[in-house]
Design a binder for this molecule. Structure first.
Ligand SMILES: [Ca+2]
Length: 183
């Protein structure tokens, strides 16, 4: 995870301003819309337009096969949302707590880390594929066995992870850069 992050600098996000600084309630609403439209979370361009009312589909469809992952879109958008870091982490936690048990597995967290990092990289224009090993290893270094992870354990992990801090810093710089260049 660090390898990718070390090469990232402040970039103007490729997504339209309408998809930046969304509120958490707005993201929850989009999540519900997505669930109602497709249980698989795979989205075509038409479905994306219907849910998000924007045409930034290609930002995520980097392999140009006409399908993107809804989870990936939401995981990236929440980092660019208008919310404090704890609320962003809470949203991600709920998003990946697939069976609503107020806990996620280490494997779920590895998926969460990979999907979030991939989405942020796409939004900032680093379209080369992320090595899945990096975020997985970051998680495995902290959680040594496949324990159930509740929200406070996840928050603790985020606070102690240099990689998470680095990711949030890159995102914040990109958001602030944008607002400065527009003022
Ligand atoms: Ca695709």
């Amino acid at each position: 995870m660090g390898g990718v992050l070390n090469n990232m600098t402040y970039q103007k996000p490729l997504i339209s301003p309408a998809l930046q600084r969304l509120s958490i309630p707005k993201l929850r609403e989009l999540h519900t819309k997505m669930i109602n439209l497709s249980m698989s979370f795979a989205m075509t361009y038409e479905e994306f337009k219907e849910i998000f009312n924007e045409s930034d589909f290609n930002v995520w469809d980097t392999d140009s096969n006409g399908v993107i992952e809804g989870l990936e879109v939401l995981a990236g958008l929440v980092l660019f949302a208008d919310a404090c870091p704890d609320d962003k982490v809470q949203f991600l936690f709920n998003l990946f707590d697939f069976n609503r048990e107020d806990a996620i597995s280490r494997t779920d967290l590895q998926l969460l880390a990979y999907v979030t990092l991939t989405s942020v990289c796409k939004i900032l224009g680093y379209s080369r594929d992320i090595n899945i090993q990096e975020p997985s290893q970051t998680v495995a270094n902290y959680f040594h066995s496949n324990v159930k992870i509740n929200f406070s354990a996840l928050l603790e992990f985020c606070l102690h992870s240099q990689q998470v801090t680095q990711l949030l810093t890159v995102v914040n710089s990109s958001i602030n850069n944008r607002s400065q260049s527009h003022s």
